[in-house]
Design a protein around this ligand. Structure first.
Ligand code: CTP
Length: 408
C-alpha cells in the first residue's frame, strides 16, 4: 500500500518511544521506506540500534552529521520525504516546533519540512491539558500539521487520563489516509460549478462578486484525483484552466442563466452536484444594447432576481447527492441550516465571508460542513485543496449510506 513512499519517523523522549519500533515495523510491512530521526531524549528510551535494524537505514540523531557529497543530512532527507511523522511527540518538541525553534536534527527537519507533518503526542495528562500546550497544538494545526488524538488510560506517571500515545493502528491508518489517494469516487459523475457570474447592464458593465473560483476548481481537481468523472461549469475566472489531460470537462459560462442552462442540461449525467459558484442573485431587468451614457445626477438600476439554480436542482435531485455553499456574514450555522432545508440539500458548506482567511480570493478557507442529519463539523483554517478533500470525505460517507439503503 505504501510502496514508493518515503517516511521520516521522528522519535522524542517519551516512555512511549518503545512503541516506535512497532510503528517502523508496520510501515515497512506496507512497503514504505522509513528513516528514523531521534532526539537525545528519544535515545534514552529506545536504542538507535533497534530502530536501525528495523528500518534498514542509519538512524540520525546529530544535526550536522555530513553524508557523502557533504550534504547536510536534514536538508537531504526531508527534501524527498512524502511524510514526516513524529511519534511519540513530547510537549517539549511541540512547543519548540510551534515557536519555530530548531536546535537539534529533529526540530530542524520539522521546520524545513515541505511534506505533510503528522504529530502523535504522548505525555502526562496534566501536561496534555495545559493550555500552553493546547495553544501550541492549535497553532500548529493552523499551519496544516495533523495531530493524532492521544488515548485515555493509565499513564507512566501513575495518573489515569488523556495523554497516552494513540493506538498504533490509528497512527498507521492516519498515515495511509494521507498518503494513499483514495479512488472512492470511481463511477461517480460529479458536476461542480465555480466562480462568479456576470450580469451585464450594457456591453461594457456588469454586476458580479468577488468569487475567484478557487474553491470550485479545487473540488473539481480533487474529485478527479479520487476517480470521478468531472464536469466543471465555470463562470469567468483568471484561474489556470484544467488541462485536457486532467480529464475534467470544462464548460465556460458568463451569466446565471447560462450557468442554469448548462447545469440542468448536464444534471441527468451527474450523481453528485456541488454548487460552489457564487451566482449573482440579481440581474438588470434590461440590458442596454449600447453603452449607457452619463446623464448627470443619480441613476437607479432596476434589478430582478436570477433563477436559483440550486433550488431547482434540489427539487429534481432524485438519488443524487446535492451540496450547496452558504456565504454568510452573520448567524453562520443557523442561516446555513435553513438554506440546507429550503434547498433540499444533503450537505451545506458554510463560510463566514468576513473572515479574512475564508472565502473570496484567498487560497485558504474556514468552513463548517453541515449535513442533513444535522451533523455540524467546523474545520480550522486550511487550504482550499484540503477543504475540498474534507467535503468529498463527507459526500463519500453520506453517499455510501444512501446507496446501500436504496439498493436494499
Ligand atoms: N445559488 C444558486 N443560484 C442562485 C444563487 C445561489 O444556485 N441564483 C447557490 C450557490 O451556488 C450556493 C447556494 O445557492 O451553493 C447558496 O448561495 P448563497 O448566495 O449563500 O445564498 P442565497 O440562496 O443566494 O441566499 P442569500 O444571498 O439571501 O443568503
Amino acid at each position: 500500500m505504501l510502496t514508493g513512499k518515503r517516511i521520516i519517523l521522528g522519535i522524542t523522549g517519551s516512555i512511549a518511544a518503545y512503541k516506535a519500533a512497532e510503528i517502523v515495523r508496520r510501515l515497512r510491512s506496507l512497503n514504505a521506506e522509513v528513516w528514523v530521526v531521534m532526539t537525545r531524549g528519544g535515545t534514552e528510551f529506545i536504542t538507535p540500534l533497534t530502530l536501525q535494524t528495523l528500518s534498514g537505514h542509519t538512524v540520525y540523531t546529530e544535526t550536522f552529521a555530513l553524508q557523502e557529497g557533504s550534504k547536510i543530512t536534514h536538508i537531504n532527507l526531508i527534501k524527498d520525504a512524502d511524510l514526516f511523522l513524529i511519534a511519540p511527540a513530547t510537549a517539549n518538541i511541540i512547543g519548540k516546533f510551534a515557536a519555530g525553534i530548531g536546535d537539534d536534527l529533529l526540530t530542524t527537519m520539522a521546520l524545513a519540512a515541505r511534506c505533510p507533518v503528522i504529530i502523535a503526542p504522548a505525555m502526562d495528562s496534566d501536561m496534555y491539558d495545559n493550555p500552553i500546550l493546547q495553544n501550541n497544538i492549535a497553532q500548529l494545526k493552523e499551519t496544516g500539521c495533523r495531530f493524532i488524538e492521544t488515548e485515555e488510560g493509565e499513564l507512566a506517571s501513575g495518573l489515569v487520563g488523556k495523554g497516552r500515545l494513540a493506538n498504533i493502528e490509528v497512527i498507521i491508518s492516519t498515515v495511509i489516509d494521507l498518503l494513499v489517494v483514495k479512488k472512492d469516487m470511481a463511477g461517480e459523475v460529479v458536476l461542480v460549478t465555480a466562480g462568479p457570474t456576470r450580469e451585464y447592464l450594457d456591453p461594457v458593465r456588469f454586476i458580479s462578486n468577488r468569487s475567484s473560483g478557487k474553491m470550485g476548481y479545487a473540488i473539481a481537481a480533487s474529485a478527479k484525483e479520487r476517480g470521478a468523472e468531472v464536469i466543471l461549469i465555470s463562470g469567468p475566472t483568471t484561474l489556470q484552466k484544467p488541462a485536457k489531460s486532467e480529464g475534467i470537462e470544462l464548460i465556460n459560462v458568463v451569466t446565471a442563466s447560462e450557468m442554469r442552462e448548462e447545469a440542468l442540461k448536464n444534471l441527468k449525467r451527474a450523481t453528485i452536484v456541488i454548487m460552489a459558484a457564487a451566482v449573482s442573485d440579481y440581474r438588470p431587468v434590461d440590458i442596454s444594447p449600447g453603452k449607457i451614457k452619463k446623464s448627470g445626477g443619480n441613476v437607479s438600476l432596476d434589478l430582478t432576481e436570477t433563477p436559483d439554480i440550486l433550488t431547482e436542482i434540489g427539487m429534481d435531485k432524485g438519488n443524487r447527492i446535492v451540496v450547496g455553499f452558504a456565504a454568510e456574514t452573520e448567524n453562520l450555522e443557523s442561516n446555513a441550516m435553513l438554506k440546507l432545508k429550503r434547498k433540499n440539500l444533503d450537505i451545506i458548506v458554510a463560510n463566514d465571508v468576513l473572515d479574512p482567511d475564508a472565502g473570496f480570493e484567498v487560497d485558504t478557507n474556514v468552513v463548517t460542513i453541515i449535513d442533513k442529519n444535522n451533523e455540524v463539523t467546523p474545520l480550522p483554517r486550511m487550504s482550499k485543496k484540503e477543504v475540498s478533500y474534507r467535503i468529498l470525505d463527507k459526500i463519500a460517507k453520506i453517499a455510501n449510506l444512501k446507496r446501500t439503503y436504496s439498493r436494499a
